[in-house]
Ligand binder design. Structure first.
Ligand SMILES: Cc1ncc(COP(=O)(O)O)c(C=O)c1O
Length: 416
């Protein structure tokens, strides 16, 4: 069979929905200034799907720093990979400031979080080593694990008893091969908002010899006393051997970083293929990140405002009888029961009749029969936004349980 003909027939688990209103559910365009009130198809909608947790994306100081940096440097500078010709004092300054903030000896910048994590995993483990990872890990971890040539062991999400069993198996294996063990989990799981059970994970270090990599994409800036992340919040930062976060969320930018001991970060600088063989972050990104970090670090009011909104939203939803699963972070999943078709029809109603835009998570990301409306509260939302949303959710929940969304054309157009 012709390769491309095959792809036209089997478009993949998400691609199979591409015929149904592309541009509406898939690849929608939100227009206007980044804020909770943006335009979707010409109409203002209250948005709950941007990871702009601290509201920094449009902060006037951020906008000024960004435009000043672009005016000064353009978008090209520096040229080349950092190892070759793309290093600058500003890259090093940002690394030093991030290291200071997360209280780790050394930081290395990464161009992208996804590629960074993939490449960290690829760099630190070899054929003789074993990986043990949480089953609900982000795609970048899963794909990093797929690159691994040695053994991998997966444990059910946050099931620490099972993690211990996997560690026993991994230890037995690596005792034979002479390799080491890397455990990988997340600070905050982005779909459910649950935190990784890091305290219990690091307890296991007393019994087993392993190194711990934590992806804290959703925790950096939102969790912990100073915003230094889930490691700080749970008091285990010292036991996290490699602490990773992207700039794509609280920092409202592109880029990422990994923090750890000096020797290991030095090893990464010389072995991380996604950085060695790629152009370094443009200066405008670096200077933009320095400004964002300054605000994140020196203006705790953004995090406080975020949590006021989080508490009002999560408390309000629970008061009205909604399940918000196991979240312990700003990520707010509203768990409902229904088919993929019902999910589409309900999301359509939310957008068209209640002017509320949020992400709808469906099978295969969650089990069949479960619909998650995933809300990302930010420091820019108001308590009025929260009130309006809870009222709308009460209305759609009632319509869902009465079977209202089951029979319409849109619901039928979605294949299970
Ligand atoms: C948990 C997690 N890790 C990694 C990434 C990838 O980061 P980036 O967008 O910088 O590639 C994301 C999404 O942005 C994420 O949610």
């Amino acid at each position: 069979m012709d390769l491309f003909e095959k792809l036209k027939v089997d478009r993949g688990p998400l691609g199979k929905h591409s015929n149904v209103e592309e541009g509406y559910f898939m690849f929608p365009k939100l227009e206007g200034e980044i804020s909770p009130h943006m335009k979707f198809r010409g109409k203002e909608v209250l948005t709950w799907s941007l990871n702009n947790y601290l509201g920094l994306a449009n902060h006037p100081e951020v906008r000024k720093a960004d435009s000043d940096a672009v005016a000064k440097w353009g978008l090209a500078y520096p040229m080349g990979a950092r190892m070759m010709s793309g290093n600058t004092s500003q890259h090093e300054l940002l690394e030093a400031q991030l290291a200071d903030f997360v209280k780790k000896p050394e930081v290395m910048l990464l161009n992208f979080g996804y590629q960074g994590v993939l490449s960290i995993i690829d760099a630190v483990v070899g054929r003789k080593d074993a990986i043990v990872y949480d089953a609900e890990s982000h795609a970048c971890i899963v794909d990093g694990v797929r690159l691994h040539m040695g053994k991998r062991f997966v444990y059910p999400h946050n099931d620490i008893e099972n993690l211990e069993k996997q560690l026993q198996r991994a230890t037995k294996l690596t005792d034979e091969t002479g390799g080491g063990i890397l455990v990988i989990t997340e600070g905050v799981f982005g779909m459910t908002g649950a935190t990784g059970d890091l305290k219990r994970v690091v307890e296991l270090k007393k019994k087993y010899n392993f190194r711990l990599l934590v992806d804290d994409a959703h925790g950096f800036g939102t969790m912990g006393e100073t915003g230094a992340g889930t490691g700080e919040a749970l008091g285990v930062m010292n036991e996290i051997d490699l602490y990773f976060s992207t700039f794509a969320k609280s920092m409202a930018l592109i880029g990422a970083f990994v923090a750890g001991d000096k020797e290991i970060v030095k090893f990464l600088r010389y072995n991380l293929r996604s950085q060695i063989f790629a152009k370094s972050l443009p200066m405008a990104m670096v200077e933009g990140a320095i400004k964002r970090l300054e605000l994140l670090r020196d203006q705790p009011e953004h995090k406080k405002k975020l949590w006021d909104v989080v508490n009002a939203l999560q408390g309000g939803l629970q008061e009205k009888g909604f399940s918000i699963g196991s979240t312990q972070s700003p990520v707010t999943p509203v768990v409902l029961n229904g088919t993929v078709g019902e999910a589409a029809s309900l999301a359509h109603d939310l957008r068209e009749n209640f002017n509320i835009f949020c992400s709808v998570v469906i099978y295969p990301v969650v089990p069949k029969g479960t619909i998650i409306l995933r809300l990302i509260p930010t420091a820019s939302h108001s308590l009025e936004d929260v009130k309006r949303t809870i009222e709308a959710f009460e209305a759609i929940k009632e319509k869902l349980s009465s079977g209202h969304y089951r029979e319409n054309e849109l619901a039928k157009a979605f294949k299970e």
